[in-house]
Design a protein around this ligand. Structure first.
Ligand code: SIN
Length: 289
C-alpha cells in the first residue's frame, strides 16, 4: 500500500489524519512539492530519518513560509528562529503536554510547526494529533450550524504571562518573556481552512478562554462538550518518534499534545514555527499587559 513519489514512499497513519514519509531527503529541494502536497492532504507528516543540521532544518522550513519566532520558548544557541523543546530527567512538566494549537492567541496564528527529534527517551514521548475538520464533520447539522455562529477569545496571558495559572507555572527557565504575553485574539469557533477550504473547529483547551456572546456557564458547557468530542481516538494519529525524524503539522487543522510518560529520561526537540495568515472572521483584541 502507500504512495510513491520518486524515491519517496508515503504511508497513511490513520483514517482521518497523518502520514509517514520514508526515503525522503528534506535537503533536496526537488522533493518539496511532493512534501507540500502531502502536508495539504494529511495535515501531519513524519518524515523519517533526516540527518540534518539546524541550518538545513531552517532551509527546509523556509520553503513553507516565513519563520515566526516564538516569543516564549528558549531559542537554540545562535539560532533565534529555532525553539528548544526539552525535558530533563529531573523535570516533571513537559512543554506542550496539554492539548493545544500553537499560537492560537495570535490574530494571524502560525500556519504550522516543523520539529526535529534530536534526543528521545527509551519509551514514551510520542506526540498525538487531532483532525479538527474530522471532528467538526462528525457533528450533526444542527450543532454545526450553531457552532458556525460563535466566536471565542484565545489568549497567551494565562499560559505564558505574569498572571499565569498555577498549572502552567514552571521555574525551569524553559519559557520566559512573561511581559510579552499580551495577546488576545477573537477567532470563529469554526474556521474555513485557508488551504483545503474544509471547515474545522478552532478552539483548544490551552489557549481558548471563552465563547463570546453567551454566559460564562454556557461557554464552559460548549467548550467542555467540544473538547470531550475532539478527544475521540477516531480523529487522532500518533507520531512515535525516532531520532532524526522531522514532524510537520498544520496548526489551523489540528490539535496536538506531547505525551508526558517518560519521567526520569531526557527528550530534546528543535521546533520551528511558520507564519500564518489572518483567518476569515478573526481579529486581534486590544493588547494590554
Ligand atoms: C509542542 O507542543 O509544540 C511540542 C510537542 C512535542 O514536544 O511533542
Amino acid at each position: 500500500m502507500g504512495k510513491e513519489h520518486g524515491l519517496m514512499h508515503i504511508e497513511t497513519l490513520s483514517t482521518n489524519i497523518g502520514a509517514e514519509i520514508f526515503n525522503a531527503d528534506i535537503r533536496d529541494k526537488t522533493q518539496f512539492d511532493a512534501i507540500w502536497e502531502a502536508f495539504k492532504e494529511y495535515s501531519v507528516l513524519v518524515i523519517r530519518n533526516q540527518a540534518i543540521t539546524p541550518e538545513e532544518h531552517l532551509a527546509f522550513s523556509r520553503q513553507f513560509g516565513q519563520i515566526n519566532i516564538n516569543r516564549f520558548f528558549q531559542p537554540l544557541e545562535n539560532q533565534p528562529e529555532i525553539s528548544v523543546v526539552e525535558k530533563l530527567a529531573n523535570q516533571r512538566r513537559a512543554i506542550g503536554q496539554d492539548w493545544h494549537t500553537d499560537h492560537s492567541y495570535d490574530a494571524a496564528p502560525a500556519m504550522g510547526s516543523i520539529m526535529h527529534a534530536i534526543a528521545l527517551p527509551p519509551y514514551g514521548g510520542d506526540t498525538l494529533f487531532v483532525s479538527m475538520a474530522s471532528a467538526f464533520e462528525a457533528l450533526n447539522d444542527e450543532k454545526q450550524l450553531f457552532l458556525k455562529g460563535l466566536s471565542a477569545i484565545h489568549s497567551s496571558k494565562h499560559v505564558f504571562g505574569k498572571q499565569k495559572q498555577s498549572k502552567y507555572r514552571d521555574d525551569s527557565g524553559r519559557t520566559g518573556n512573561e511581559e510579552l504575553a499580551i495577546q488576545d485574539a477573537l477567532h470563529p469557533v469554526v474556521i474555513t481552512h485557508p488551504l483545503s477550504g474544509r471547515d474545522g473547529l478552532y478552539v483548544n483547551p490551552t489557549f481558548t478562554e471563552s465563547v463570546t456572546g453567551v454566559s460564562s456557564k454556557e461557554s464552559k458547557t460548549i467548550l467542555g462538550a467540544l473538547y470531550r468530542h475532539c478527544q475521540s481516538p477516531n480523529f487522532q494519529c500518533r507520531i512515535k518518534w525516532k531520532t532524526g525524524d522531522v514532524g510537520v503539522w498544520d496548526n489551523r487543522a489540528t490539535w496536538h499534545k506531547a505525551e508526558n510518560n517518560y519521567h526520569g529520561h531526557y527528550r530534546l526537540m528543535h521546533r520551528i514555527t511558520i507564519e500564518g495568515c489572518t483567518l476569515s472572521g478573526s481579529k486581534s483584541l486590544a493588547q494590554v499587559p
